[in-house]
Design a protein around this ligand. Structure first.
Ligand SMILES: [Fe+2]
Ligand SMILES: [Fe+2]
Length: 368
């Protein structure tokens, strides 16, 4: 995969070879011997693995990486700034029980929501170079005698680097809907001089949680210029489209997010399976970054990359439940069932945690 050259740490490869190595993301897989790629006009500077160097070919020098993305607060009086929202406690058993699920479409707005998610998924798969053979594709491949071919039909072509590209892009978009929905409802409450019944906090907390996912992955990889451009473009289009849609069709928008979260659960489930199957060797022993350990309160001995993905997948499953439920409610008057107290507390009901999680959401008559 690497070009033959004299034994130096940096070599030039042609654009074709470089394309195989990188689309746009510089991967920092671990603290030592990591690999960074950066495409340029016709050639690409490639860092050989296992040969530490003072300078690595990312858009940001390694020495400035932390200051650029996680600048230290230079204050005289403040010791520490803690997050306003505390993450609920998840047990290992609860996280392992999270399942891939799909809520059947029932109305025309469900059809619209699912179609938009399929379209978005196609765009995201293309932008992030994602390909994960489905069981149907594998069966078709082996039926055609292609199972040995390293292609769509072969073993998973996803690498640690490609997963990180996908996670970064996914999470940069995922933080938008909760913030838009929360701000629209906030303005609605101010404008109509009416209370909101507890929806705003849950929506903003969801956006915060998604941003924590992004910041966690930012500790492991820095997007290249191409990916940064894609993120800005996607946010510009998606934010405005979601804002306009939420003004007029909030129920359909929650359904859309519910379906989007179904895809997120699927993506993280596949990544976890890849780790368990030994297809991502660099992540076998990789420790979760400090920011994640603190946010999820990850217990000692349960701080591997697999553990981290279990937490994030559980969060996505929670968003799936919340948005499918909110999509079932009367938008103007119903209280938020995830922060309400119930007449009969013994009966299972929605909560902030995942102890009573319902993958396809709660129906209105179950909770209101
Ligand atoms: Fe997320
Ligand atoms: Fe999510």
């Amino acid at each position: 995969m690497y070009a033959n050259a004299k034994p130096t740490t940096t070599v030039l490869v042609n654009k074709g070879a470089a394309a195989q190595l990188s689309h746009a993301v510089h991967t920092l897989v671990d603290g030592s011997g990591f690999t960074c790629f950066r495409p340029c006009a016709n050639y690409c500077l490639v860092q050989r693995p296992g040969r530490p160097s003072k300078r690595h070919f990312t858009t940001t020098p390694r020495t400035q990486f932390k200051e650029k993305y996680f600048p230290p607060a230079d204050t005289k009086n403040i010791k520490i700034t803690r997050p306003a929202w505390h993450h609920p406690v998840y047990t290992e058993q609860q996280m392992n029980a999270i399942q891939v699920a799909h809520r059947e479409k029932k109305t025309w707005s469900d059809v619209w929501a699912l179609s938009m998610v399929s379209l978005l998924r196609f765009g995201m798969d293309t932008a992030t170079g994602y390909s994960h053979p489905t069981e149907e594709a594998k069966k078709m491949g082996s039926w055609l005698g292609l199972s040995k071919v390293k292609s769509w039909f072969g073993p998973s072509p996803m690498t640690e680097r490609k997963w990180l590209i996908r996670f970064l892009f996914l999470e940069s978009v995922a933080g938008v809907p909760g913030m838009v929905a929360g701000s629209v409802r906030h303005l609605h409450s101010l404008r109509r001089l009416k209370r909101d019944n507890g929806w705003i906090e849950t929506l903003l907390e969801e956006a915060y949680n998604e941003r924590m996912h992004l910041l966690t992955f930012m500790k492991m990889a820095e997007p290249g210029r191409f990916m940064k451009t894609m993120i800005i473009g996607a946010q510009g289009v998606f934010y405005n489209m979601f804002f306009m849609s939420y003004l007029f069709f909030p129920r359909a928008c929650h359904r859309f997010v519910g379906y989007l979260e179904e895809e997120a659960v699927l993506t993280y489930t596949r990544a976890i399976h890849d780790i368990e199957a030994g297809r991502l060797p660099k992540w076998q022993q990789l420790e979760a970054p400090e920011i994640a350990v603190r946010y999820w309160n990850m217990p000692e001995g349960h701080r591997t990359m697999r553990d981290l993905l279990l937490y994030i997948r559980a969060d996505e499953a929670k968003h799936r439940e919340v948005n499918h439920t909110l999509g079932n409610l009367e938008q103007k008057n119903d209280p938020n069932p995830f922060v309400s107290e119930y007449e009969d507390p013994v009966r299972p009901h929605p909560s902030k945690g995942i102890e009573n999680i319902k993958p396809t959401g709660w129906n209105r008559e179950e909770v209101i």
